[in-house]
Design a protein around this ligand. Sequence first.
Ligand code: AMP
Ligand code: MG
Length: 332
Amino acid sequence: MLITLDDAVTHLRKGDIVALPSETVYGLAGLALNVEAVHKIFAIKERPATNPLIVHTSSLEKAENLCEINNLAKKAAETFWPGPLSLVLPKKDVVPDIVTAGNNTVAIRIPKHPVFLEILKKLGKPLAAPSANPSNRTSPTKAKHIKELFGKASPPTVDGGQAKVGLESTVLDLSGSKPTILRPGMITREELANCLGVDVELLSTTKSSKPCMQEKQLSAPSPGMHQVHYAPKTPMKLYNSIREFRDAQNFGAGDAIIVSEEKIALELRGIGFPKCTCLSVDGCPYTIAQNLYATLIELDAHKTDRMHLIFSGENKGASRAILDRLQRAAKA
Ligand code: AMP
Ligand code: MG
């Protein structure tokens, strides 16, 4: 059911859960400081209790009520908030343990989407809002995806158009001795290092003999990031070139091909594959990110046997986050 912004505020005030648009992906929102509301979020998503939620707020001052903002966090917040960056920081007691999966850090973000921000301002309270998908499935980037993903169990949804970023936020841990990206996103390692003036590590490449604070505290270094994630229902194969796709000789009649840019589509046509979906004209990672999940969810709805995705981007800059999601989706 589609609802208005004011309806959403009413539902949230009562402790109910609604799906909201954000610039990253649609979120499943509930009052972050209300344990019952947070329980409902975990239940609807069937999310394991070990996977913590990101808390959304409307200002740096409000964030300071929830966590300890250090100097690096201030710098990052001033540059990238509101925006697709979540900061992991030592939590204050007011944040319930269920939100943080028992950890003494909390992930905080100020979203940029005007509807989400307006709702936060009207409520005057922080919202926990993980992506509005059943656990491990592809995240929704349009209001209509919520119905496709949850069916009859869909939460009331505010339609705020297509998500502009299209991938989940970058998660940056600033609670330890070294800034560490726990989940790559469209705000890149390079941009963060430039803003903070220090090196920023990537969890997957961190080979520290001295684990940072967050690694010592958590049962897993980055909860939620070990699982197969972001997966469409349809099995997906990932290739980094046409040659890899052709060598696999794995294409069936009921399969679909998705490519990251038109150049690849043209070449494919030349070797006898006339039909494919293009994620961008020119390989621009921001356009690819914006279109990716909608393409996967829509192909899922068409009962495709398998998806073959050819992504030519390199594992750096803004393409790193896309590759991260594709690799997880292809592992399902
Ligand atoms: P989602 O809300 O579905 O976009 O996922 C949130 C992700 O943020 C989790 O799966 C974790 O990887 C990360 N996260 C949230 N809170 C924390 C925290 N306190 N410490 C470390 N990672 C966190
Ligand atoms: Mg998620």
